[in-house]
Design a protein around this ligand. Structure first.
Ligand code: NAD
Ligand code: UD1
Length: 349
């Protein structure tokens, strides 16, 4: 029988792409999402793209903090593993509303872990972030680089990583993989699913995309005096489909190794690209001019951040396949086909 995976936050950007790859790989998938930052249309589109595998996907609108709803779900379905994406992720908002972030991300995760214990499911893949490296003194970041939270959002990631390490220390039946994502961008090549942030986009490429389709006049480039090739920040951008495939590799590892423990892997490409290089690459693939306005540094931004990918390559047998050009091509394809994301001009701001 096909393995069944519970995916929390599976209607979101990374979640929806991962659900699709899971279905195509033959897994049965149950998504829980409260649709706080996503749309059920994403789940419908995933079902459609998956074709004959679409029937293996079910969706429940549940908030992770709703213990009764989670219990009912676990009681009715046996899960072989959980992939946990659900959480709030806007850094600026987390600084303004720390309690919202601690409540949603920490309490939500604890509720999930407790339900897993009650129902005997002790295999987990968790979405951590390169943000846990703070402003690294040395790049590339390896999994052993020093950790440091720069804001409440980052602190929730570090806390959840620590919670995972602690529960494994206390109970060796747990097998957990913490995935530290670098900068996921792009969209599925079909152009039917992609990133659709609510309100003002915090991240670079969703902003670039909204300028390209005429929703915003200019891109503000934060900082031009960094010690980088052109003075702008450098990041490790990774195609979201590559990232999604990283989760399949992680699950395969969890199912193969019965005493894995709690392991952490970077998911990145190992290559650094500056803001202006990204803008130029997007302009080239889209044929659209992205007017930029230079501004001061954004508080809390690191100068250069990119991954060492050796551990994931060696132990997960996973390596990113796509380059910046493909990331921009697929981002533009999604934007062109869906200038208002999953909504309409009056449903977004
Ligand atoms: P997203 O906002 O698109 O997806 C998160 C999903 O979780 C949303 O669909 C949201 O509705 C849901 N959700 C939030 N709180 C919930 C709750 N209490 N109960 C049920 N559902 C809830 O974000 P994403 O970009 O797909 O990110 C997924 C995960 O990866 C997050 O944990 C995020 O912190 C992490 N991450 C993202 C990035 C990135 O650049 N996108 C980088 C590093 C880590
Ligand atoms: C940001 C978060 C990080 C989080 C990640 C995913 C901060 C400080 N960091 O990472 O914690 O895990 O998103 O949600 O917010 N840029 C511009 N103009 C823009 C937007 C971004 O110039 O309008 C620049 C940034 O200064 C940075 C680069 O683009 O140099 C990438 O920014 P972004 O996409 O927000 O990702 P991170 O800052 O790496």
């Amino acid at each position: 029988m096909a393995r069944r995976i519970l995916v929390t936050g599976g209607a979101g950007y990374i979640g929806s792409h991962t659900v699709l790859q899971l279905l195509l790989a033959g897994f049965g998938v149950v998504v829980v999402d409260n649709l706080d930052n996503s749309s059920e249309v994403a789940v419908e589109r995933v079902t459609a793209i998956a074709g004959k595998y679409g029937k293996n996907l079910t969706f429940h609108r549940i908030d992770l903090r709703d213990k009764d709803a989670l219990d009912k779900l676990f009681a009715s379905t046996k899960f072989d593993a959980v992939v946990h994406f659900a959480g709030l992720k806007a850094v600026g908002e987390s600084v303004q509303k720390p309690l919202l972030y601690y409540n949603n991300n920490i309490i939500g995760t604890i509720a999930l872990l407790e339900a897993m214990v009650r129902h005997g499911c002790k295999k987990l893949v968790f979405s951590s972030s390169a943000t846990v490296y703070g402003w690294p003194k040395k790049v590339p970041c390896t999994e052993e680089s020093p950790l440091c939270a720069m804001n409440p959002y980052g602190r929730t990631k570090l806390m959840i990583e620590d919670i995972c390490r602690d529960i494994h220390r206390a109970d060796k039946d747990w097998n957990i993989i913490l995935l530290r994502y670098f900068n996921p961008i792009g969209a599925h090549p079909s152009g039917n699913i992609g990133e659709d942030p609510r309100g003002f986009p915090n991240n670079l490429m969703p902003f670039v995309q909204q300028v390209a389709v005429g929703r915003r006049p200019t891109l503000t480039v934060f900082g031009n005096d960094y010690s980088t090739k052109d003075g702008t920040g450098v990041r490790d951008y990774i195609h979201v489909v590559d990232l999604a495939d990283g989760h399949i590799a992680a699950l395969q590892k969890l199912f193969k190794a019965s005493n894995l423990g709690c392991e952490v892997y970077n998911l990145g490409t190992g290559k650094g690209t500056s803001v202006l290089e990204m803008v130029a690459a997007f302009e080239k693939t889209s044929g659209k001019k992205i007017p930029v306005v230079k501004a001061g540094r954004r508080h809390g931004d690191a100068e250069i951040l990119y991954a060492s990918t050796r551990k994931a390559e060696k132990e997960l047998k996973w390596k990113a396949k796509y380059g910046i050009e493909e990331m921009c091509r697929d981002q533009w394809n999604w934007a062109k086909k869906n200038p208002w994301g999953y909504g309409s001009p009056d449903s977004t701001s």
